[in-house]
Each structure stands twice: as C-alpha cells, then as structure tokens.
Design a protein around this ligand. Sequence first.
Ligand SMILES: [Zn+2]
Length: 262
Amino acid sequence: MCKMLIDVHAHYEDTDMDAVCKKAENAGVRKIINAATNHETSVKCLEISRIYSNVYCVLGVHPEYAYEPDMTEFITEAARTCSKVVGIGETGLDYQYLPKDDPEECARIKEAQKNNFISHIKLSEKLGLPLVVHDRDAHEDTLSLLRDNVSGNTESVLHCYSGSAESVRDLAALNFSFSVGGVLTFKNARRLVEAVRAMPKERILLETDSPYLTPEPFRGRPNDSSFMVYTAHRLAEILGMTYDDICRITTENAMRIFSRMH
Ligand SMILES: [Zn+2]
C-alpha cells in the first residue's frame, strides 16, 4: 500500500464525480469520504457512495442546519442497510455567524446547535461509528460538550482542525483524531503548524473539505481531492518525514478509524 492517500472529508453533491474520481486516482487519492450537512445532502452523499466504489459517506446535520428535523432514524436505517456509511456527521458547533447584537437569538441558536450535536454524539456511540466534528470559533464549548458527553469508546475525528496544540492533548484523551486540510499550506498557518507538531502520529488524517480551502499554490480556486497531495507534502515537511511515510501513516489511521472502509 504505497503512495496512497485518503481524503477523509469532502463535499461532493452536484459534482461531476467521474472527473473527481479520475483526477483523485491519478494523484494517488484512492478513497474519499463525502460529508453530508443535512437531510438533502445526506440523500445525495448516500446515492453517490452507492455508485462510486471508492467514495464513502458520513451522514449528519451540520450546525448551520441545526433547526432542521431530527435525522436519527434516517441515519440509523442508512447505516444498517448501506456499508458505505462509515461515520456520523458532520456536526458540531459554529459560532462564526452568530447575530452578536441579539443575545436572545444567539442563545437560541447555540442551544439548537448543542442539542443537534449531542444527539449525533449519542448516535455515534450507539452505532459504534466515528463522529465527525465541525468546530468553528467554538473551541471552548466544543471541548466542554465533548468532555461531558463522550465516553471515549468510539474513535472520532475533529475535521479541519483549527484549535490549539494544547487542545490536541485534551481531545486525544477523548479518543479524537485530527484531520488537516489545505489551510496547512497557507502562509499564516503558524498556529496550525504548532498543533500538528503536537498531534500523536496515530491521530493525524488528511482532508480537502472540497470545494473549499484549496491548498497553495492553488488557493482561491475550487478544491478537489487531487489537490490533497500539496497538503500531504507540506505535512511531510513540517514533521520531517518522507511523503511516503505521510501516505502510509494517514492511510493507516483513516482505515483504522473509519473501519467500515475495509
Ligand atoms: Zn465539511
């Protein structure tokens, strides 16, 4: 298994998947996990994973859609009937666009996100499937909510990690791993570089978050899984490892955590 990479987090919905898969395959990105964000995208991700043998999916409700109807039953049934469902998510907390001048609305949104997040944590533990967590501008609440609700029995993932090196240790203690995206290649990624150095090797994964966060030197263009090689090269440089080592380690980690991909 040499020079193989796995993109553990992308958003392909109305994308030309033939083109994406071909490009990815040529770049050595052999498996892709498509992340749903609500009911509509869960249906699409499920459909795509049924058609494309190397594309898997995680199903859940992103904090942005926290007010949408509960999807517990849908996800449970999908996970039972389709082995391509490899995890629960993405879900979590996102405080970036909170209406800061309206404290009551702020509190309502936070409460809805929290309830949505907790129901996904419970489902992940019940089904024994990894949880894929989104945390934007909500590091403190994310950590405390996970501390209060996670048993640590199920290995899970913080996607597009943007927290501190210190939080890496706290989250690793809760059995979390960290997927790192194109941001790692940006010039201002000092905090992330420090965090990556603090990550235990068995807890590092790679992702694209396509079509967002395209790595340098293509920053600003739409992302696709093939561009992950640039992030992998930067990771190798930061950790003082070879590109082959990065391929091997991150692939092993992804296959262990998202064990349904075997
Ligand atoms: Zn995402």
